[in-house]
Design a protein around this ligand. Structure first.
Ligand code: GLV
Ligand code: MN
Ligand code: MN
Length: 415
């Protein structure tokens, strides 16, 4: 690799600029198709254009940039990550991967490098699933696995996904056009912060991901009976929130019983929501993950039957809706090898590790082979405003990623 023009300072400045696009005063929250999300896509589109790429928004709202290879129309190496965030998010989960990929393209273009394949960068519109509960919407559309049923899901303001798309100037009926042809994509590679403490513990700036753990998400509705908090005796109540609380503890108990299985209730809501009213309805989310799909499915079955037992005993009604099911996605050994070679070329050891967090690669694995490069983050903190990376690690991660892109050989291809 000849001398590069990579600027880790510019990458961090751009992450700051994206962090300023937030729906909530004083904290970073940017959900699928919000005005701030659309502004983020537009800004990223400008950076793509400045890096010499053509840029367009596809039918689901992904911002897609493309740099042609030696001749127009060649299959591409696809790079990317997501531009949506959790509520009260950090600045790097997702955004770092998009911005670092654009920086690599800018460098290739700036040095006049012509590759025997095209390079595309995608800022996926929804990976976190915060607004509609259904996740990986952007990458599923690209992989051709978007389920049209999810268009009817409503957000907490009662706006359906189809309506939100139309409001953003997008046509839900056109989503199939976002899907890519298998032969048109040689591989998908993503740079992402680790979101865990392993690399920091071992004093390493980067690592190669082996697999992304599978995940199930459920939405649970409990229907009980609202009533006067002062007049209904305890034994005659059908308190939906008390039933939901017992379910939360059951999720914890079941998931504690198996190593590496994790379960979380991250959202809970009681209605009507007044101090002096017994909650008549409650709604909560369940998120279950494991590196082993069979164990995850077994845990989900146990959780579902525990919820129904609790509901029957408490004389409330439980309705469980599956919101997301993503099986464990293995990274391709040939891409792990090429990422590893790029790390070794920087005179660093190659640490391989699984990802406990979900990523767009889970959806992209249905379309093409996937590879991921992790960059160390401070104290393993993520999904939290204290998420942090050092400029030195961003520089190392981006250099490794650039080297990987420049030396990329399609599976079975010659160097
Ligand atoms: C996304 O970051 C997830 O792992 O839920
Ligand atoms: Mn995340
Ligand atoms: Mn992420």
């Amino acid at each position: 690799m000849s001398r590069t023009t990579l600027s880790p300072a510019r990458i961090l400045e751009r992450c700051e600029a994206l962090a300023a696009l937030t729906e909530e005063e004083g904290r970073l929250t940017r959900t699928f198709l919000s005005p701030q999300h659309r502004a983020a896509s537009e800004l990223v589109g400008q950076w793509m254009a400045a890096a010499g790429m053509s840029a367009r928004v596809d039918a689901i709202g992904n911002i897609c940039g493309r740099l042609e290879g030696e001749r127009p129309g060649l299959p591409c190496l696809m790079l990317g990550s997501h531009l949506d965030t959790v509520r009260d998010a950090g600045k790097y989960d997702g955004m770092l991967g998009v911005v670092a990929a654009i920086e690599c393209v800018a460098d290739l273009r700036g040095r006049g490098t012509r590759l025997p394949f095209a390079v595309e960068v995608i800022g996926f519109a929804d990976e976190e699933g915060v607004r509609f509960g259904s996740t990986l919407l952007g990458s599923r559309a690209v992989a051709g696995t978007f389920q049209p049923e999810v268009l009817e899901i409503t957000d907490r303001d009662g706006v359906s996904m189809a309506h939100a798309l139309r409001r953003a100037g997008l046509d839900p009926a056109a989503i199939p056009t976002a899907a890519r042809r298998r032969g048109g994509v040689l591989a998908y590679a993503e740079l992402h912060i680790e979101q865990g403490p392993v690399l920091e513990d071992e004093g390493l700036p980067v690592g190669v991901v082996t697999a992304i753990n599978g995940a199930t998400r459920l939405a649970v509705e409990i229907a009980g009976m609202a009533g006067h908090a002062g007049t209904v005796p305890m034994n005659l109540r059908r308190d939906a929130l008390a039933a939901a609380s017992e379910c939360v503890l059951e999720v914890e108990r079941i998931c504690r019983a198996t190593p590496e299985l994790v379960g979380t209730v991250g959202q809970i809501e009681a209605r009507p929501g007044a101090t002096n009213v017994i909650p008549g309805a409650a709604r909560f989310s369940v998120d279950v993950r494991s590196p082993r799909d069979a164990e995850r499915r077994e845990a989900v079955r146990s959780i579902e039957s525990a919820i129904q037992d609790i509901a029957a005993r408490r004389k409330v009604k439980a309705t469980i809706t599956p919101m997301h099911e993503g099986k464990t996605a293995a990274c391709a050994p040939w891409l792990m090898e090429q990422l590893g070679a790029a790390i070794e070329a920087e005179a660093l050891p190659v640490r391989k590790l699984p990802s406990g967090a979900g990523h767009d690669g889970m959806a992209m694995a249905e379309l093409t082979d996937i590879g991921m490069l992790f960059v160390r983050c401070e104290r393993g903190i993520s999904h939290h405003p204290a998420e942090a990376v050092t400029q030195a690690d961003v520089e190392t991660g981006t250099r490794v990623f650039l080297r990987f892109i420049e030396n990329f050989r399609p599976h079975g291809g010659k160097s």
